[in-house]
Design a protein around this ligand. Structure first.
Ligand code: HEM
Length: 408
């Protein structure tokens, strides 16, 4: 039975009632795909709408592994494969081994000099990046309806904290000093994630819950991956710019480059990966901005994210304060959509003091007494909030292929 028929069969099979009152936001792009491949790292391409492209090489292969019951063995073997330069473990099914050898290669357009500059940038701006990945990108992922739904109904959805931690690993790996080097882990993380996404494409269409709530027939198209991609580097850079953090052009380009390479390793075709920030911003305006909307699934995910800070410091990283920061970063519409309550002290404080605080930190406003109350408070917040995800990353994390959907 092909996917479409199975979907119809599941829908028609009286399963519509199972998920109750899930609201359907409009998650489809309103306009046809017009972003030109000339703006991509490939420089040219078919121009095919990425909403209709998935990852055929990986998808077929991983579907076969799942259907033949080979995934537990593969997961066990892949647990030992952690460093970019490491040989693949012996015993993998030959077709998987061949695919992974191909998928782990850096694209020929990789610029190692830029990757080095990106490392320096990540080090220099680690504090801001930590907070922005967590509260701009992380919270934004909860208002990307297709992502929120697929995460919620896939296996990882039953333990949102574990799931958030695993995703944070990618943000950590790309920012580490050896990200793409032989002793780093970013290539491994990307290739494993590419396989996980392929597994999800095979499994979610078999979930009556997902089939009922989703608009698409197969999850995680190349369009969807780029939507999430923009919630990461594009959104982070947008905030750094709006905070007026001085970033030399070569550092900003290098940061983009490290994410271009990540996109490629996640299986995105080069013709969809933006070659410059203006091209990235133009693509984000087309595919990310119009689809942002709350969903019941995303709101639960957001609630879990806002509770993470309590593990570190219950006072300054309390849920209301993290909620205020989310409101400050993503705006009232998104915060209200996620049912984040207003915070009487921090909402106005962030509005008034964050800009000057950053300017002082960056030495742009001259000297201000170091213990001036609001600045001290914001500095404390920045330092601790940047730790939230790191704290979740203490244990070794193994990204594994799922064999089933969430047990609802
Ligand atoms: C799994 C990152 C795009 C849905 C993962 C994992 C990572 C990751 C690191 C492995 C963690 C785990 O096993 O839980 C990314 C990045 C993306 C991206 C960096 C884009 C740049 C997407 C999109 C969707 C999606 C667009 C859906 C529309 C999922 C799901 C899982 C997953 C459902 C599996 C969760 C589970 O059941 O364990 N992703 N992802 N991802 N991702 Fe993505």
């Amino acid at each position: 039975m092909d996917r479409l028929n199975r979907r119809n069969a599941l829908k028609a099979g009286g399963m519509l009632g199972v998920v109750g009152t899930i609201g359907l936001g409009t998650t489809a792009r309103a306009d046809p795909w017009t972003w030109s491949p000339e703006g991509s790292v490939a420089g040219s391409g078919s121009g095919v709408d990425p909403m209709t492209v998935w990852d055929p090489e990986a998808d077929e292969l991983v579907a076969g592994l799942i259907d033949r019951g080979e995934v537990p063995k593969v997961n066990e073997l892949l647990r030992t494969w952690t460093r970019n330069g490491e040989a693949l473990p012996a015993g993998l099914p030959p077709e998987l081994r061949d695919f992974m050898e191909y998928a782990r290669r850096l694209p020929q357009w990789t610029d190692l000099g830029k990757l080095d500059t990106a490392i320096a940038f990540n080090k220099k701006r680690g504090l801001y990046l930590g907070v922005l990945y967590g509260f701009a990108s992380g919270m934004m992922s909860t208002v990307i309806p297709k992502e929120a739904r697929s995460v919620y109904y896939s296996k990882g959805g039953h333990d949102l904290k574990d799931r958030i931690t695993k995703t944070a690993k990618l943000g950590y790996d790309i920012g580490s000093s050896n990200a793409y080097a032989a002793d780093g882990e970013m290539i491994v993380t990307c290739v494993k994630t590419r396989l996980v996404h392929a597994a999800v494409r095979h499994l979610l269409p078999q979930s009556p819950h997902w089939v009922h709530s989703a608009e698409e027939d197969i999850p995680i198209s190349q369009n969807d991956i780029m939507v999430t991609w923009h919630s990461l580097p594009t959104t982070v850079m947008k905030h750094l710019n709006s905070w007026r953090v001085p970033i030399p052009a070569h550092e900003s380009e290098a940061f983009l480059h490290s994410w271009q390479v990540a996109g490629h390793l996640l299986g995105v075709r080069d013709e969809y990966i933006p070659k410059s920030w203006p091209d990235a911003n133009a693509q984000a305006a087309q595919i990310l901005d119009p689809i942002i909307a709350p969903t019941p699934e995303g709101t639960k995910l957001a609630d879990r994210l806002l509770s993470l800070g309590a593990n570190i410091d219950l006072s300054i990283l309390s849920k209301p304060i993290l909620g205020a920061f989310t409101r400050f970063l993503l705006g009232d519409k998104i915060a209200d959509g996620l049912s984040i309550p207003r915070e009487p002290v921090w909402d106005p404080l962030l509005q008034v003091a964050w800009g000057p605080f950053i300017a002082v930190r960056e030495g742009l406003l001259g000297a201000v007494p170091p213990l001036e109350d609001p600045y001290w408070l914001l500095d404390e917040f920045l330092r601790k909030a940047a730790l939230i995800y790191l704290a979740e990353l203490r244990l070794p994390i193994s990204i594994e292929l799922p064999t089933m959907n969430r047990d609802m």
